[in-house]
Design a protein. Sequence first.
Length: 59
Amino acid sequence: MSLSEKELSQMNDILNEEALLVKKFKMLAEHCQEEDLKTKLEQISAQHQGHFNALYAYL
């Protein structure tokens, strides 16, 4: 199944958004002092990395 130009553009936008979320949550975790919150932020970052990987694999 091939994607249209518009669908590819949308996938690119979503991949960029997921990559940005991974970076933001990693940065927040690095600056966090509270261990419970730091762990949660790292989990959220990993979740967005999983989203990115799954979408990328689809392409």
